[in-house]
Design a binder for this molecule. Structure first.
Ligand code: SAH
Length: 219
């Protein structure tokens, strides 16, 4: 492995192992997710100046007013997404720095990742290429449109909070599919899990979270 991927000091394997121990204490149980997060260098997803903080359980700025989600949230959302069984096709809204994308890419068959800010997505593409994660397709667009060409998806994961669940994303879920999405305004957001059954959607409200807003249009 390339030295900068392996990391040293605050980005070393030991620091990464501590992050995994913390995730376990926080209730993350899925061994595959813990293993993938143990082996994925989170420090390459943030600016070099912030690399030493990249394994702390905190969100960090990635530019363009956006943040990389804290490790617990990435782990929790991935665990909820995969809880009902393995997934083939997963739509991700909000590529951001690509960290969540890299984790998903190692756990599902194919990831379709949509981001509205082009320079962020470009950097993410470079990083995943460096990690040799190749089962990801990227689209620069407003994720409110989903990705109709590849719908329906058996999983959808959304990294920004809309006020209400976008109808178009519900329509792009397969029967039996699952969506993990934060919903609410800046002061009050709840993580939701939606499951599409043959005749209806079942919606569960889960824990309180804090995501950047789901915005429309492209930049
Ligand atoms: N999982 C990412 C989270 C990044 S923050 C990471 O760990 O880096 C959320 C991302 O969602 C931002 O990059 C933001 O630009 C993007 N976003 C917000 N609204 C969006 C929309 N409507 N369509 C696509 N991406 C969106």
């Amino acid at each position: 492995m390339m030295p900068h991927l392996r990391g040293i000091g605050m980005t070393s394997q030991r620091t990464r192992d501590r992050m995994i121990a913390r995730l376990t204490e926080q209730g993350i149980r899925n061994p595959k997710i813990l293993e993938v997060m143990r082996n994925t260098p989170r420090h390459i997803f943030v600016d070099e100046a912030l690399a030493s903080r990249s394994y702390e359980d905190t969100a960090l700025p990635i530019g363009y007013n956006q943040t990389i989600s804290q490790p617990y949230i990435v782990a929790k959302m991935t665990e909820l997404l995969l809880e009902l069984g393995p997934l083939q096709r997963v739509l991700e809204i909000g590529t951001g720095c690509g960290y969540q994308t890299a984790i998903l890419g190692q756990l599902v068959e194919h990831v379709y990742s949509v981001e509205r800010i082009l320079p962020l997505q470009r950097k993410a593409i470079t990083r995943l290429w460096e990690l040799r994660i190749k089962n990801v397709s990227y689209l620069h667009n407003d994720g409110g449109w989903g990705w109709p060409d590849y719908a329906p998806f058996d999983g959808i994961i959304v990294a920004a909070a809309p006020q209400i669940i976008p109808q178009i994303l519900l329509q792009q879920m397969a029967i039996g599919g699952v969506m993990i999405i934060p919903v609410g305004n800046d002061d009050r957001q709840k993580l939701h899990r939606v499951i599409r059954n043959a005749n209806e959607f079942s919606i569960e409200e889960l824990e309180a979270v804090s995501f950047v807003p789901f915005l429309s249009g492209r930049e």
